[in-house]
Design a protein around this ligand. Structure first.
Ligand code: PHE
Length: 454
C-alpha cells in the first residue's frame, strides 16, 4: 500500500503487520542463539533473567520504537530529527548507532544463516542424519573450518537477501514471511514431541526450567539482557523502521504483546526440542554456537521420515532467518536511500558490498582467521558482543530516555492512539512510566556491572 501523504510504501493489512514484525523478531535468535546461550549460561536461571528483561525492558522499548516510527514515518535518523525539539541534543545519533549495529550483526548473522542454508543441502545428502555425536559434530566442524565453503555460502546468502530487498517492502517482506511462519511452528512442535520421548527428557527439562542461581554472574545477566534486545530486534532502529510502515489504525501495544509472546513461544519450543536431546545423546549443553547444528540432526534420526522433516526444518529455519535479515538490512538501506538520496537499488547493492567485506572476517573465524583476535575475541564473537551487549542496550537506554524525558507523555500517548481515541490509556501510562524510570536505569546498571565498569 502506498501512503498518500509520504509516498512511502507500507504494510497492507493488519495480519501483514503482525507477520512482518514477527518475521523480524523470530529468526536464528530463537532457533540458534537462544538454545546456545541458555545452554552455555546454566539453563533456567538464565531463562528467568531473560524473561524479566523482556518484560521490563523489551516490551516498553519495542512499543517506544514502533510508535516513534509510526509518528514520524521515516528512517531512524530522520525519525529522531523530526521528533526531537530544535536545538536539542543530537538524538539522531541513535539512528546512526543502529546502522553500525546492523552492519555488525549482519556480518556474523549472515554466516550463521549460511550454515543453515548449507544444512538444507547436507540434509538432502543425508550424511548428517545420525544419533552418533561424532558424526554430527565432525560434519559441522568440517563445514565451518573450510574457508572456501564458509565464504561462498555467506556471499550466496547476501546476494539472495539483496535480491529479495530489491523487490520492495510490501511484496518482498510481507509476502514471504506471511506464508511460511505457521509451518515453522508446526515443525518445531513435531520436534518437541519427538524430543519428549527421549530417554533423558527429565534431565533436559530440569536444565531448562529449574533455576540454579549459582551460575548467575553479572556477565550472564548482561548476556540475558542482550539476548532480549537481539531476539526482539530492538535498540537499532529495526522496529522503528517497521513502525514507519505501520497503519495508523494498528494497535501498537497489542501487536507488540503478541509478537513477544509468539517469539517466546518459538524459543521455548526450540529449547524443549533441543535440551532433552542434548542429555540423551551425550552432547554438552555448553557447546555454544554449534549446539543446534549437532543436536537437531540427532533428534531427527529418531523418527521415520526424519530426513524429509530435517530438510523441511532447515529450509524453514532459512525462511525465519531470511525474515530477520531482511528487517536488519532495511535499516542501512532505508537510511542510505532517504538520507543520502541513493536509489533503493544502489543502497541495497552498497550494503551488500560492505557486508561481503566485513562479513568475511566472521566467516573465516574458524579457519584462516582463527588466531586473529581483538580484545581477546575473534571477529565473530567480538561483533556479537559489541552489538548485543553494548550497542543494542545503549540504543535502548537512549530511546527510553528520549521518549520518557524529551518526546514526553502527551506525544507518546498521542502516537499510540487509534484514530484519536486514547485506547489503552492505563497500559500506555504504565509503559511510559517504565520508559521514563525503570528501563533506562535497569539497562544502565546491568551494562555497567556486566562490562565490569563498576
Ligand atoms: N530478532 C532477530 C532474531 O531473533 C535478529 C535481529 C536482531 C533482527 C536485530 C533485527 C534486528 O533472529
Amino acid at each position: 500500500m502506498n501512503n498518500k501523504i509520504t509516498g512511502r510504501s507500507g504494510f497492507s493489512s493488519s495480519f501483514g503487520v503482525l507477520a512482518a514484525t514477527l518475521g523480524s523478531a523470530v529468526g536464528l535468535g530463537n532457533i540458534w542463539k537462544f538454545p546456545s546461550l541458555t545452554g552455555a549460561n546454566g539453563g533456567a536461571g538464565f531463562l528467568l533473567i531473560y524473561l524479566l528483561a523482556t518484560l521490563l525492558i523489551g516490551l516498553p522499548v519495542m512499543i517506544a520504537e514502533i510508535s516513534m516510527g509510526r509518528a514520524a514515518k521515516a528512517n531512524p535518523i530522520t525519525t529522531l530529527q523530526r521528533l526531537a525539539p530544535k536545538n536539542s541534543l543530537p538524538w539522531w545519533l541513535i539512528g546512526a548507532s543502529g546502522v553500525l549495529a546492523a552492519f555488525l550483526i549482519l556480518s556474523f548473522y549472515s554466516e550463521v544463516v549460511a550454515w543453515v542454508f548449507a544444512y538444507v543441502f547436507k540434509a538432502i545428502g543425508g550424511s548428517i542424519l545420525s544419533s552418533d555425536r561424532h558424526v554430527t559434530e565432525s560434519a559441522f566442524g568440517a563445514l565451518i573450518s573450510d574457508p572456501v565453503q564458509s565464504l561462498l555460502w555467506q556471499w550466496g546468502v547476501l546476494v539472495f537477501i539483496g535480491g529479495i530487498l530489491l523487490m520492495g517492502v510490501t511484496k518482498g517482506i510481507e509476502g514471504i514471511t506471511k506464508k511460511l511462519m505457521p509451518v515453522l511452528f508446526l515443525l518445531l512442535l513435531i520436534l518437541c514431541a519427538v524430543s519428549l520421548t527421549l530417554p533423558k527428557v527429565a534431565e533436559g527439562l530440569t536444565f531448562l526450567f529449574r533455576p540454579d542461581f549459582s551460575k548467575i554472574t553479572s556477565g550472564v545477566v548482561l548476556t540475558a539482557m542482550g539476548l532480549a534486545f537481539f531476539k526482539l530486534s530492538l535498540g537499532m532502529g529495526t522496529m522503528m523502521t517497521y513502525g514507519s510502515y505501520f497503519r495508523d489504525d494498528q494497535n501498537i501495544p497489542a501487536t507488540t504483546f503478541r509478537v513477544m509472546i509468539a517469539d517466546l513461544f518459538v524459543s521455548m519450543l526450540a529449547g524443549i526440542a533441543i535440551f532433552p536431546a542434548v542429555f540423551s545423546f551425550g552432547f554438552e549443553p555448553s557447546a555454544g554456537p554449534s549446539l543446534v547444528f549437532i543436536t537437531i540432526p540427532a533428534v531427527f534420526s529418531q523418527i521415520p521420515g526424519g530426513q524429509l522433516l530435517m530438510i523441511a526444518f532447515f529450509a524453514l529455519a532459512s525462511v525465519a532467518a531470511t525474515g530477520a535479515m531482511l528487517s536488519m538490512m532495511e535499516v542501512p538501506v532505508v537510511v542510505l536511500h532517504e538520507r543520502f538520496g541513493m536509489s533503493r537499488t544502489k543502497a541495497t547493492v552498497l550494503t551488500i558490498a560492505i557486508l561481503v567485506v566485513l562479513g568475511s572476517s566472521c566467516a573465516l573465524t574458524n579457519s584462516t582467521l582463527a588466531n586473529f583476535k581483538l580484545f581477546g575475541m575473534n571477529m565473530f564473537d567480538l561483533f556479537d558482543f559489541a552489538s548485543s551487549n553494548v550497542l543494542l542496550p545503549l540504543g535502548g537506554i537512549l530511546l527510553a530516555l528520549f521518549v520518557g524525558w524529551v518526546w514526553g507523555k502527551d506525544n507518546f500517548l498521542q502516537a499510540l492512539s487509534n484514530h484519536g481515541a486514547l485506547g489503552n490509556g492505563a497500559i500506555a501510562s504504565m509503559v511510559f512510566f517504565l520508559l521514563r524510570y525503570v528501563s533506562p536505569l535497569l539497562i544502565l546498571v546491568v551494562m555497567l556491572k556486566g562490562l565490569g565498569l563498576f
